[in-house]
Structure formats: structure tokens, C-alpha cells
Design a protein around this ligand. Structure first.
Ligand code: PGA
Length: 251
């Protein structure tokens, strides 16, 4: 059985005091949840202060990005070791906003994934097609390309440590959720791709989150689907009441 994994991607929202306040509220709201992985991903300056809040609780800390080099002259970048030293255990890689606005390619995502695995961070690798690609009947081809590109040269034992987030770009922040059936179909397809890279056994163990306007209203239906193992939540993770309800989904 794959353990449900609910992650909040706060994107470029919340100042340090706001992030600390939200984390405190959330920690209280989900304190009695035992059978699910819960991760919040604030911005870089908020990581260390939020780490103080979540220490010793069932809420873990993730970052929204990292660089693939260890250190050096890379102005504006953040290394895996820096994240770990701030209390971070997970990292989102290859989010569609990184791909779209910051030029991240499959090759870059692959390098970042290798570095995150080398350092022991839990990677959440985002894949997903744009609306034009879906309308052109290319959704599966794009997603397969993202998956194969990210996992290039990654061993099966490392692949098991990775979570994939399927986030159709047209559903992110738009209020348009993929239907549970459509999302599940793509998750099943991703598992087929993973099966062809590794094995059916490995593919059956890798967790796949859905992302794209997931909220407290649609989470129960999404989580009823057999291949949906959790959610990567943007907008609805910015309030403790909605994100805690998502964490407490009923399937
Ligand atoms: P959204 O964002 O829930 O606001 O659509 C999801 C994401 O981009 O991770």
C-alpha cells in the first residue's frame, strides 16, 4: 500500500511572520493525523523559522527548488546541503512554473534529481502537459518525456525514493481540476512508463500526487482513485483550514 502524501506548495506567498503563523495553525489542525505524510513547502527565507515550528511534529518541511551544484559562484542559487541544514527533508523539482518562467529543462531537472537523491532529500518531481499539448492529443507524450527525462540514469532503488506530482498545467491555479478519472488515467499511464523503465513492482511502489486546483471540495473524490496517492496543493495550502481538510481527506 502506498502511504498518502499531501504536500502544500506555498509558491511565492507569505512573509516570514505569516509563514510561521500559518505553520503553527496547521501543526495544531493536523496533530492527530497519523497515517499520512504531510509536507509544507514555504519560500527559502521562511524555511529555517518554519522548521522550528514543525520540529517534532507530523508536518515535514520541503523546499520549492534547489540547485544541482554543491557550492560556489552561482549567485541566487541554493544547495541541497543548505536546505538540509535549515531542516528541510523534501524538495519540489521541475515545477511547471520553473519550466515555464525559469527555463528548466528535463536535463536540469534530472541533474537536480540526482543531487537531491545523493544528499538524501525526498524529491517531488513535477510533470504535466499544457493545454495546447492536451488539445493536440500530446498529453501522454509530453508526460512520458518529462518522466523519462527526469529519471534518466536513476537506479531503481533511488527511483523508489521519488514522488511524482502529475500537474496538468491548465489546471494549476485556474480552478479547473482534471476530473478524477482523467487524472487517474494519466497516473496509470505514468505507472506504465515507470514499469517500462524499471519494473511493475517498482512502478507500483512509487507515489504519484495529483496537482492542479486540488482543494478541500474535490480532494475526497480524487483520493478515491486507485492510482492517486496524494496531492501537491498550491492555493488551497495557504490556509490552515482548507489544507488541514485536504490532509484529512475521506476516501
Ligand atoms: P494550485 O497549484 O493548487 O494552486 O492549482 C498547484 C501547484 O502548482 O503545485
Amino acid at each position: 500500500m502506498r502511504r498518502p502524501f499531501l504536500a502544500g506548495n506555498w509558491k511565492m506567498n507569505k512573509t516570514v511572520p505569516e509563514a510561521v503563523a500559518l505553520a503553527k495553525e496547521l501543526v495544531q489542525a493536523v496533530a492527530n493525523v497519523a497515517d499520512r505524510d504531510i509536507v509544507i513547502c514555504p519560500t527559502f527565507p521562511c524555511l529555517a523559522p518554519v522548521a522550528e515550528v514543525v520540529r517534532g511534529t507530523n508536518v515535514k518541511l520541503g523546499a520549492q527548488n534547489m540547485y544541482f551544484e554543491d557550492s560556489g559562484a552561482y549567485t541566487g542559487e541554493i544547495s541541497a546541503d543548505m536546505l538540509i541544514s535549515a531542516g528541510v527533508e523534501f524538495v519540489i523539482l521541475g515545477h511547471s512554473e520553473r519550466r515555464e518562467y525559469f527555463g528548466e529543462t528535463n536535463q536540469i531537472v534530472n541533474k537536480k534529481l540526482k543531487k537531491a537523491l545523493e544528499k538524501g532529500l525526498g524529491p517531488i518531481v513535477c510533470v504535466g502537459e499544457k493545454l495546447v499539448e492536451r488539445e493536440a492529443g500530446k498529453a501522454e507524450a509530453v508526460v512520458e518525456d518529462h518522466v523519462r527525462g527526469a529519471f534518466e540514469g536513476i537506479t531503481a532503488s533511488d527511483a523508489l525514493k521519488v514522488t511524482i506530482a502529475y500537474e496538468p498545467v491548465w489546471a494549476i491555479g485556474t480552478g479547473k481540476t482534471a476530473t478524477p478519472d482523467d487524472a487517474n488515467a494519466m497516473h496509470a499511464f505514468i505507472r506504465t512508463v515507470l514499469g517500462s523503465i524499471y519494473s511493475a513492482d517498482v512502478a507500483g511502489k512509487i507515489r504519484i500526487q495529483y496537482g492542479g486546483s486540488a482543494n478541500d471540495k474535490n480532494i475526497d473524490d480524487l483520493m478515491k482513485m486507485p492510482d492517486i496517492d496524494g496531492a501537491l496543493v498550491g492555493g488551497a495550502s495557504l490556509k490552515a483550514d482548507s489544507f488541514s481538510r485536504i490532509v484529512k481527506f475521506v476516501s
